[in-house]
Ligand binder design. Structure first.
Ligand code: BES
Ligand code: MN
Ligand code: ZN
Length: 465
């Protein structure tokens, strides 16, 4: 899709012109005194639209009026949702060249571009009949540089959404490794199974040992001279989570190709990071594997030794994400970075508590958690803090090992977070649980069903601050 800044929509002959109407501000939209659109009973309530055919009397055959709600309550996030809504409204009508001449009162170039990409998104690679899409988007009253920033963020999101929407048969650990090796502007090293064993990642290895597809430990690095900060981001990379021998029921297993949404987020970020060129060193880390039941699978009751020497009794093979992350966190703790952030579809408990509305976040440094949360909110992702009271770790005690991998059903998102904390040393750390938000089983706001690319916008905004 092409997105461009223009000063005058008349020059480009759009298929549709999109205009804005704020509640209580006007009953009609008047363009340079040439064409007055009667909006009649359309009140301009937020997230409503009104389509008008112009019958040859105007430079565009259709005008779409966007209801923006009250101006005092308007903001960049609403602008993004509305642009996405406009794209979704006109695309099925085969209106492929879309000009926006909206009066939002601020430069919406970045947010509008992200919104346009989200609204235009569909995953139809495997369908013979493709979804109708918009080809060209033009914005008036925006700065081209803002569009450019938006495009990189939006392209990263699309990359992540596509990858997380792919079936597990496609998005294997090997595939994730190949993608990482092909990225421009980052150095990538992939550790094979024998090397993972040498690094003593016993928890991660156990999770992957039941699959015919071997694990791949992926380390990407974006470097700059004299970085003002060094950050490592770790994405949970379970390419399929069957639950292992503690197998999931059919309904819960159906979406478990998405259990690598955290990894897809990290790959999406690394795919654009060199073009955004922040003065921050960024490490992207993925301990990719599949959690499968088989004759070689790890078993409930097994005792594993993680990279930092801590031993873990396997209480449930379906609590596998934290085992892979444990070793990845040990690895990241040894990189000499200032901050480590992990992002993971970690617990059903987080999804139950927050639904698809917001992600959970916790960590060992209030300031880091607050800054990540603020950066997320600013660019349209919602995070809510999970409690870290030490009692949440009570259930993680084991009689035969240093800990066990589950902490009981209640408070599951917090106990999982406290489990991870055991593998972080001498570094600021935040953990983001995207189990509820990474993929949708019904459309929400500007997103269709399926992968949302959670974490991409938020972490890019945080890194590029
Ligand atoms: N990948 C799941 C978490 C999940 C659940 C993500 C639903 C998205 C939607 C994770 O590996 C898992 O199975 N967690 C278990 C942990 C339990 C066994 C302690 C869970 O949440 O039920
Ligand atoms: Mn699981
Ligand atoms: Zn999982």
């Amino acid at each position: 899709m092409l997105v461009q800044s223009i000063d005058n929509f008349e020059k480009i002959n759009p298929d549709v012109l999109v205009v804005s109407l704020f509640e209580g501000e006007a009953t009609h939209v008047d363009f340079v005194n040439k064409f007055v659109v009667e909006t009649k009973d359309f009140e301009g309530k937020y997230n409503t639209t009104y389509l008008i055919p112009t019958l040859g009397q105007f430079p565009a055959p259709k005008i779409l009026v966007l209801g923006c709600g009250k101006r005092a309550e308007f903001n960049q996030n609403k602008a993004r949702v509305l642009i996405a809504k406009a794209i979704k409204t006109v695309a099925p009508l085969k209106l492929r060249r879309v000009a926006f001449d909206v009066d939002f009162g601020f430069d919406y170039g970045k947010f509008g571009t992200i919104g346009a990409y989200i609204g235009n998104y569909s995953f139809d690679k495997y369908k013979n009949k493709k979804t109708e899409r918009v080809d060209e988007v033009y914005f008036t009253k925006v700065c081209p540089a803002e569009i450019e920033k938006g495009e990189l963020i939006a392209q990263a999101m699309t990359f992540t959404r596509d990858l997380a929407n792919e079936p597990a048969a496609y998005a294997t650990p090997q595939k994730l490794a190949d993608i990482a090796l092909g990225l421009e502007g980052v150095e990538t090293r992939v550790y094979e199974e024998p090397e993972i064993r040498e690094m003593k990642m016993g928890a991660y290895l156990a999770v992957g040992q039941g699959s015919v597809n071997p694990p791949k430990f992926i380390h990407m690095k974006y470097s700059v001279e004299n970085p003002k900060k060094r950050i490592a981001i770790i994405g949970k990379g379970i390419c399929f989570d069957s639950g292992g021998l503690d197998i999931k029921p059919a309904a819960s297993m159906l979406t478990m190709k998405d259990d690598m949404a955290g990894a897809a987020c990290v790959l999406g970020i690394m795919s654009v990071i060199s073009r955004l060129h922040p003065e921050v060193e960024v490490h992207g880390i993925i301990a990719a594997c599949e959690n499968m039941p088989s004759g070689s699978a790890y078993k409930p009751g097994d005792i594993l030794t993680a990279k930092n020497g801590k031993t873990i009794e396997v209480d449930n093979t379906d609590a596998e994400g934290r085992l892979t992350l444990a070793d990845a966190l040990c690895y990241a703790s040894e990189l000499g970075v200032d901050e480590v952030i992990d992002i993971a579809t970690l617990t059903g408990a987080c999804s139950v508590a927050f639904g698809a509305v917001c992600a959970g976040i916790l960590g060992n440094c209030d300031e880091l958690v607050r800054n990540v949360k603020d950066a997320a909110f600013e660019i349209g992702e919602k995070y809510w803090e999970l409690p870290t009271y030490e009692e949440y770790a009570n259930g993680l005690k084991s009689e035969v090992a240093d800990m066990r991998n589950t902490g009981g059903r209640s408070g599951g998102a917090s106990s999982a977070g406290l489990f991870l904390k055991e593998f972080v040393s001498n570094v600021k750390w935040a953990h983001i649980d995207i189990a509820g938000v990474a993929f949708l089983d019904a459309p929400l706001n500007e997103f269709i069903k399926g992968s949302t690319g959670s974490g991409v916008r938020a972490l890019l905004n945080y890194i590029c601050k």
